[in-house]
Ligand binder design. Structure first.
Ligand code: SF4
Length: 904
């Protein structure tokens, strides 16, 4: 029987609400956007829409494993507890660690943090959120005294200008992007500025794109602070000696600076402005250093100055930098200087990457945090949390942040680590060293819902955690909105909630009384009570109104923005609307920013800058999204974007293969030549793993250097070199069965609807292609083979049929002159091929008159490029809306609209 449940999407920080019609018996779920959820009002992107395809049991970790042997929970939990106790007794509490994830629910996170920091007595609990937004946390803390996102999504519709900085919102936060697009369509006066070295799909709605030099954001925003301050020194007696010159900035003062606000509610303006004025003297200098047009910089500055309701939305392009914290504060400085914060339609706004990055921050998931927005900087906080938890084992100092933590594992200082719901062997910088660290580690525990990942492969103990459709708890999205994630299905196999697993280990370690939780609501109540404990308005995070909530109230909890307490029983849309900050003085802090270049500049050996990021249809390390066939069609292979002039210089050709190397590792990727990329810069996606590609892990390349304040790694700026990778042969196989490959140098596995696709390239020719193909594809006596071989050209093509049903094909060529895959893949949907199709099989091309949809553009409705082109031509379509009416393409999540517009 189908029942409809309100839950939330487990992917990005937009935190969309979902209305899921789930059938327990068939384990089938129909996904729709929740029309009442304030994050999305019914919209979902391609990833959220495809969630129903990811709940299958194939590939799930269903039973605990100890040293590779399937076992029961008791043995596995004993093994974890005994090993942790042994390491702690032998080497001390700092020899163990937990590495968590923004995928964990708040309740799971809370218990993990309490165990490590409160009872084991080490600060060594960090999370993959370190890679995502710790610079925003640090920037908020410096400016506001608290890790507070001031505004809300509703501000998108109220703004006059939205500045998107270091954010491909169209692909990484698609529903927020659609909301901004809709706001602009409703109000064409809304100005959109995109600040990003790349021209991304987000630029589709931009009035102005500033393709600044990678890492030069602080110069741009110091310049803006200067610009906003023109004339201010002469108007303000106590700043009369400020080194600001109207002449250098060359324009009239806009009176955008809010002297009253600065005077009454902030501190440090004079120092910040003096520093900005010292480091940046004119728009021409800004333009030169950021490698932008003077007129464009001026247009941006005038727009910012001239529009009261300005929002600055920023994401990983800002955070993932050795100047990440400074970039955040340089942006916030401009909002404080204009008093544009805490009011409708304005403010700085960090777009968080993960579904529960914010929840993790609330419970203290980062190693310098304690819990409930308290941290190790304050002896009072430590004492308060210890008293609340009733422990005398509490850690007194911050633990190791992610990169240092895995270095410590590599060096043998941390001897036991428990990794929860994340895949650091793929996602951390210098990922090969991370792999070696885990190979050298005495004891590795991994809790995950997926059996085979690059990280689970290295675990001594594997613990089956519940997956998204089984979990029960809460998450917090980018706008501080707490939502319920609810159970759709009973757990797969022996899978258990993370909070239960952690509590069971805690009990075996002798801390049972403090971890006697029976249900997530018990944990949520305790978390809420801690947030209000001795708070009295001193800490921003306060959800004490929930401290006494019943199980029914928890079950029925509707999305609500924290704080939720006596003062704000219905939550609070905007923080700082009362001009009160959480610093000792109650005033916001300007931070003087001295721009610094990225840690390592390109040089003769590694002359290019590597940028990394997300794609539209994949999530993190693909463990779940790659299960959904429709999400694999848009970008099926790891690729590298290269500017045309760089491509020409390095002899790279479109769709050829390239070897990218840094001082830390190497990667193979398909070349995409695009002038959206700056010359001297290349971009690779972050998603591919050792499970899906032979050499597609971008983390192997990335420089492990970190921001000195936030400890966030510089994932957007690694010096690399690139060269043509010229295999001896290339090819592809399509098969109804998943195959085991005998290691060609380059392979990529792509799951399709009724088939698996393997893209291949090798340096060594097999003795005999026929034997090679049959060894891989099998088949037996009941299958028939069609084959074609041309020894002169090196071409080999074969198809295997069972009766009239296609089982597999293999196409090999000396060069990349291979047919498109779309027509062939479509044949796997058929139970029987007709004679025309069978005859055409080895050509790889559709018989005359049979349509080939081309590369998939719209993942939601499976609409291909050829279909769109033909409809545009045949029907004279002029707008993406007309294409949508005709083909439905672009009418669900809208993420492909920029590509449809490009085809138009
Ligand atoms: Fe999920 Fe997409 Fe919404 Fe992000 S934008 S929460 S991935 S549906």
């Amino acid at each position: 029987m189908t029942h409809t449940i309100k839950t939330t999407c487990p992917y990005c920080g937009v935190g969309c609400g979902i209305s899921a019609a789930a059938d327990e018996q068939s384990r089938h779920v129909k996904i729709q956007g929740d029309k009442n959820h304030p994050a999305n009002f019914g919209r979902l992107c391609s990833k959220g829409s495809a969630l129903g395809e990811t709940v299958e049991l194939k590939g799930r970790l269903l039973q605990p494993r100890v040293y590779g042997r399937e076992t029961g929970w008791d043995e596995a939990l004993d093994a974890v507890a005994d090993s942790f106790i042994h390491v702690i007794q032998t080497y001390g509490p700092d020899a163990v660690a937990i590495y968590g994830s923004g995928q964990l629910l708040t309740e799971d996170y809370y218990v993990a943090n309490k165990l490590m920091k409160g009872y084991i007595g080490s600060g060594n609990m960090d999370t993959n959120s370190r890679l995502c937004m710790s610079s925003s946390v640090a920037g908020h803390k410096r400016a506001f005294g608290s890790d507070t996102v001031p505004g809300c999504y509703a501000d998108f519709e109220l703004a006059d200008m939205i500045v998107l900085i270091g954010s491909n919102t169209a692909w990484c936060h698609p529903v927020s992007f659609q909301r901004i697009r809709a706001a602009k369509e409703a109000n064409p006066a809304l100005k959109i500025v995109v600040i990003d070295p790349r021209r991304t799909a987000t630029c589709d709605i931009a009035d102005l794109h500033l393709p600044l030099a990678a890492g030069s954001d602080t110069i741009l925003f110091n310049g803006l602070l200067n610009f906003l301050s023109v004339g201010y020194a002469s108007r303000t007696a106590h700043l009369a000696d400020m080194p600001v010159s109207d002449t250098h900035w060359g324009i009239n003062a806009y009176a955008a600076l809010n002297a009253d606000y600065i005077g009454q509610h902030t501190e440090g303006f004079a120092e910040a402005l003096a520093c900005a004025a010292r480091t940046v003297k004119s728009i021409a200098q800004v333009a030169a250093q950021c490698r932008l047009d003077v007129a464009d910089v001026q247009r941006f500055y005038e727009g910012f100055a001239g529009n009261e309701k300005v929002m600055s939305l920023y994401s990983q392009g800002v955070n993932q930098s050795t100047s990440g914290t400074d970039k955040v504060n340089a942006i916030i400085n401009c909002h404080l200087a204009t008093g544009r914060i805490g009011k409708p339609g304005m403010g700085p706004f960090s777009l968080t990457g993960q579904p529960n990055a914010m929840g993790g921050r609330e419970v203290g998931g980062l190693s310098h945090q304690l819990a409930a927005h308290m941290d190790f900087c304050s002896a009072e906080d430590i004492d308060r949390v210890a008293r609340f938890w009733g422990t005398d084992h509490i850690a007194r100092t911050a633990g190791l942040p992610a990169v240092e933590l895995f270095d410590a594992i590599y060096d043998g200082k941390v001897k036991a680590v428990w990794i929860m719901g994340t895949n650091p062997v793929v996602s951390l910088p210098n990922a090969d060293k991370v792999k070696q660290a885990l190979q050298r580690c005495d004891f590795v525990v991994v809790s995950d819902c997926i059996a085979d990942t690059d990280t689970t492969a290295l675990a001594h103990v594997l613990l089956p955690a519940q997956g998204w459709s089984e979990k029960d708890g809460t998450v917090t999205n980018s706008e501080r909105c707490i939502s319920r994630q609810r159970t759709l299905f009973s757990p797969a196999g022996q899978a258990r909630p993370d909070w239960w697993i952690i509590s069971q280990v805690a009990g075996r370690m002798g801390f049972g009384a403090a971890f006697a939780y029976q249900a997530p609501v018990d944990i949520f109540r305790e978390h809420a009570a801690l947030s209000g404990f001795e708070n009295n308005g001193r800490r921003d995070f306060d959800i004490s109104a929930f401290a006494g909530m019943s199980a029914t109230e928890y079950e029925q909890l509707l999305p609500i923005q924290w704080p939720v307490n006596k003062t704000y029983p219905q939550g609070r849309a905007r923080m700082f609307d009362d001009n009160r900050f959480f610093t000792p003085s109650g005033k916001a802090q300007f931070i003087a920013i001295t721009p610094r270049p990225p840690a390592h500049a390109p040089d003769a050996d590694y002359p290019l800058i590597l940028n990394t990021g997300r794609l539209r249809d994949q999530w993190h390390t693909m463990t779940r999204t790659a299960i959904a066939a429709k999400l694999n069609q848009h970008k099926p292979e790891p690729f590298v974007e290269v500017h045309p002039q760089d491509a020409a210089y390095y002899w790279l050709v479109q769709h050829g293969l390239a070897l990218i190397e840094s001082r830390w590792g190497a990667m193979l990727a398909r070349v995409q030549v695009t002038d959206g990329q700056q010359q001297g810069n290349v971009f690779v996606p972050m998603h591919w793993t050792g499970q899906y590609a032979s050499m597609g892990r971008m983390g192997t390349l990335v420089n492990p250097v970190v921001d000195p304040v936030s400890k966030q790694p510089e994932c957007k700026h690694t010096p690399v070199r690139i060269a043509v990778y010229q295999p001896v042969w290339q090819g592809f196989m399509l098969s109804r069965q998943e195959l085991t490959l005998t290691a060609p140098e380059y392979w990529v596995k792509i799951k399709g609807g009724q088939f698996y696709r393997y893209e291949l390239a090798g340096q060594n020719l097999p003795d005999d292609w026929q034997n090679w193909a049959k060894a891989h594809l099998g088949g037996g006596a009941q299958t028939q083979w069609q084959e074609y071989q041309d020894a002169g050209t090196g071409n080999y093509r074969a198809a295997q049929l069972r009766g009239k049903r296609l089982e597999s094909v293999v196409f090999i060529a000396a060069h990349n002159n291979l047919p498109e895959r779309n027509w062939l893949t479509g044949l796997f949907d058929k139970e029987a091929l007709d004679s025309q199709e069978r005859r055409a099989l080895l050509t790889g091309m559709a018989p005359l008159g049979v349509p080939d949809v081309g590369a998939i553009v719209c993942a939601c409705f499976n609409v291909g490029e050829n279909t769109i082109r033909e409809a545009i031509k045949a029907q004279g379509l002029k707008t993406h809306q007309e294409v949508g009416q005709c083909l439905k393409a672009g009418t669900n999540c809208g993420s492909c609209v920029p590509e449809i517009k490009a085809l138009l």
